[in-house]
Write a protein that binds this ligand. Structure first.
Ligand code: AMP
Length: 182
């Protein structure tokens, strides 16, 4: 079972992915978390990714592929996973399809979480991660609109897309996602 949680930075993908993975008993892959961990431990991938993550830019697709392939080849992913923050470009979506073809898995659902930009900015400023300065947040939102949001049509065309309202209590939003998956 492969589920993609989709949406702009700050819509709550990470929080929801952790809860969903627990409830559904599958693995969770956050490429953002994977990059932050790699940067912290100064691995080769971390060293390549750092300048992009710090600036709120997308890490180039070939570097993203390295981290995703490594994570998804782990045993825990054999039952499927919740993808959070991946894919973010058309090339990544195509790379994911190729990867899944080779493992015989398929995407079951893409759930888009909707939150308006002003709520996103307020939430992220409160979170206060290193890349949550206001100018970097605005840049990440622009990158989302330009490079990632076009994937909504890509997945809608495949009949895989549903959207949920991301405003509300964490558990309320989680229930909406579970309903969307049914
Ligand atoms: P996130 O934790 O999902 O907000 O991601 C934090 C940062 O990690 C992003 O601003 C990008 O620099 C990088 N990143 C995470 N996932 C991807 C991805 N799929 N493609 C490119 N860059 C990514």
């Amino acid at each position: 079972m492969i589920i993609i949680l989709f949406g702009a930075p700050g819509v709550g993908k990470g929080t929801q992915a952790v809860i969903l993975a627990e409830k559904l008993g599958v693995a969770h892959l956050s490429t953002g978390d994977a990059f932050r961990a790699a940067i912290k431990s100064q691995t080769p991938v971390g060293q390549l990714a750092k300048e992009y993550v710090d600036a709120g830019k997308l890490v180039p697709d070939h570097i993203v592929a390295l981290i995703v392939e490594e994570a998804m080849s782990a045993k825990a992913f054999a039952n499927g996973c919740i993808l959070d923050g991946f894919p973010r470009t058309k090339a990544q979506a195509e790379a994911l399809e190729t990867m899944l073809e080779s493992t015989g898995q398929e995407i079951n659902s893409v759930v888009n979480i909707n939150v308006d930009d002003s709520t996103i900015i307020t939430r992220l400023l409160q979170r206060g991660r290193a890349d949550d300065a206001e100018d970097i947040i605005r840049h990440r939102l622009t990158v989302y609109t330009d490079e990632t949001a076009p994937l909504l049509q890509f997945y809608a065309d495949k009949g895989l897309l549903t959207s949920v309202d991301g405003i509300g209590e964490v558990e309320t939003v989680n229930q909406r996602i579970l309903d969307a998956l049914r």
